[in-house]
Design a protein around this ligand. Sequence first.
Ligand SMILES: Cc1cc2nc3c(=O)[nH]c(=O)nc-3n(C[C@H](O)[C@H](O)[C@H](O)COP(=O)(O)OP(=O)(O)OC[C@H]3O[C@@H](n4cnc5c(N)ncnc54)[C@H](O)[C@@H]3O)c2cc1C
Ligand code: SF4
Length: 507
Amino acid sequence: MILRLILGDQLNPKHSWFDSPREDVVYALFESEEELRYAPHHRQKMLAFLHGMERLAHNLEAEGHRVAYWTLDDPRQQGSLRANLEALRAEIEQTGQTVQIEYQEPDEWRLSESFKGLGTCVPSEHFLTERSTVANQFAGKKTFLMESFYRVMRQKWNVLLNAAGQAEGGAWNFDSDNRSKWDPKQSVPAEWRAHHNLSELNERLDRHGIPSWGEASAEDFPWPADRAEALSILDHFIEHLLPLFGRFQDSLAEDQDFLFHSRLSFALNTKMLSPLEVVQRAEQAYRMEPQRVPLAAAEGFIRQILGWREYIRGIYWAKMPEYQNLNFFNHDRALPDWMFTGKTKMRCLSVAVDQSLRTAYAHHIQRLMVIGNFALLSGLDPSKLDAWYLGIYIDAVEWVELPNTRGMSQFADGGIVGTKPYVSSGSYLNKQGNHCAKCTYSVAEKVGDNACPFNSLYWHFHERNRHLLERNPRIGMVYRTWDKMNPDHRESLLDQAEHNLNRINEL
Ligand SMILES: Cc1cc2nc3c(=O)[nH]c(=O)nc-3n(C[C@H](O)[C@H](O)[C@H](O)COP(=O)(O)OP(=O)(O)OC[C@H]3O[C@@H](n4cnc5c(N)ncnc54)[C@H](O)[C@@H]3O)c2cc1C
Ligand code: SF4
């Protein structure tokens, strides 16, 4: 008998395991208290992963596969994935059969380590690179440039190339055509959403006292549950959102949770969709006549998946387990209370945090340039921040959350992912959106009770980390500007920032 373990982020019914039903194979899916408790998760995230597991188990059974699904209520529960699997193995062995265990390569270092010696590990068949691809490409280098990795990927997978095998449109990257400020007159198509009633599952989580945070409407649950629904959110994106994806990719908007973003990360990270099919659908949409999808939009979107997503995974496997403890700036400040309530007077942050609590989603620029920017400027502890990002977002799985948070957003890796910290004063946030007009603070003011906190914190961050950043050629200009400022003004900016940091919970 072969016992095959399926993890909550391995919900790909197209895996070769499932090519045809076999009498000698049992698929095991476990609701595990250990997995639900190892970080405080948003309630929507728990519901979405468990519902996806239930649905895969149901669909596999309907196709004739043998499936063992243990809910939290199952009397055989041992709590952890490994203990459950061993208990199930013992149960089958009692019937006189020998049992071989197989599992797909886990994407998390923690699980990969804990499964060692358990059985045969098979490829997950989901990514477009091996775990070691990025490490091999950048062997001996300090900085791993995503742009060079991305070009290799475009060529390897024959994506957006012209007949001569060169970059379509004569360039690899069209970001100069993307990234407009938000236009409040622009209408946004209604988002795709499912309407699942997950009351039973929700009650089960309550019954077991699983701690969670964030809001969830279990009676009308919006996230896709299986591949068919994931394909339908993909169709919706290609049809309605992709044409304007690039243009508003970096916009920040009042009253718009999702803008033209795809919301595909949950379906991709649970493997309901394959990255290649998503990339190919975007390329096909661009090549359709008459042209509806500009090259800049298609290329910008494809780069996120073929480039960033695979690259981030490669960084994770190249640098774990050390990566999870890197803290280049030695930041150690506790997270402000409002990161768990959204109740701050800073409008950009209250919108981003409130939306994250409400929807378990924030788009990239909210994660990076609003929440992450503030966290870095004010020196929040990267480990606490990791736990926050890992808990709150529907798509948060450690292999992708960690390098994005520690690396891209917090520069805690000292420059492996990014060549300089992603920080800005209020003016960048004002340029990209329309939050500042509704803010208690004034984006134009730098000191005083009304001044936008980002403005003084920006200079404080650079001044306090001068010894670490000054020699970075991409930051030199910032220090030249700072040094030219009137010393009294510099002093008042630093005092203002200290004042803000001392009352961070009241900002
Ligand atoms: C601090 C921080 C934490 C993040 N944590 C996560 C996380 O836990 N899980 C996660 O999937 N993404 C994470 N990201 C990356 C990115 O913000 C999300 O993938 C994206 O916002 C998901 O929304 P979407 O599907 O609408 O993306 P879109 O904007 O529509 O982009 C399309 C797809 O590209 C991929 N993608 C885009 N940017 C990245 C990136 N930087 N790294 C990896 N894939 C990317 C995603 O699969 C995404 O679905 C994080 C970014 C930051 C700055
Ligand atoms: S003024 Fe500052 S805090 Fe307020 S919304 Fe603008 S950038 Fe954010």
